[in-house]
Design a protein around this ligand. Sequence first.
Ligand code: TYD
Length: 205
Amino acid sequence: MNARTRGAFIVFEGVDGSGKSTQVARLVARLEAGGLAVVVTREPHDCPAGRRIREMARSGEPVTAEQELAWFWEQRREHVRDVIAPALAAGRVVVCDRYYLSSVAYQGSRGLDPEKILRESEAEFPRPDLVLWLDVDVGAGLSRTQARGDPAEPVFEDRSRLEAVADIYRSLSLGELVRIDAAGDEDEVAAAIGQCVSERLGLVV
Ligand code: TYD
């Protein structure tokens, strides 16, 4: 039996190609194997604002940093209202691929104030119990996205911009944020994540 009976909120963060999707899937499988009811979700959420973001990313259409942040904020409101909050209230474990620290890091990398985005996010949105930041070298991450043939998203995947994103993740000091060295092989990274989730949250994984 798990010690925890109320919902838990786990977020994955990291630059593109940091291995989040693989590790999200592995953690979810382990939690479910332990008998937990898990809701797995991601941002950008599938809603009108989220779809506008995806379109912008694919087309390379220039938008201001403020507009970008406004769309991410809007999709997050819907995501929290429709998915995250109800799942937590029902006692589920929510595992989310990207959340407000992505806005802090990515929109911060475009010159907006990361501290302000963080403060306002914490004031409005439920705070995660644990954020797993998968830290990889930006160049290695980009090679991974290219190797798997992801559709190019020039807006988000410019190398110098991703270096700035990584610098912001690195500068954050939050009790719920844990750095996971994601340079190693997939099994090692999964083991480090499992250990962290059981130590921090008391979940059996
Ligand atoms: P996606 O294709 O889902 O990338 P990934 O698989 O790396 O998560 O595209 C999401 C992109 O949007 C990603 O490059 C990061 C960016 N993003 C922001 O700029 N701000 C945000 O608040 C979020 C949630 C994502």
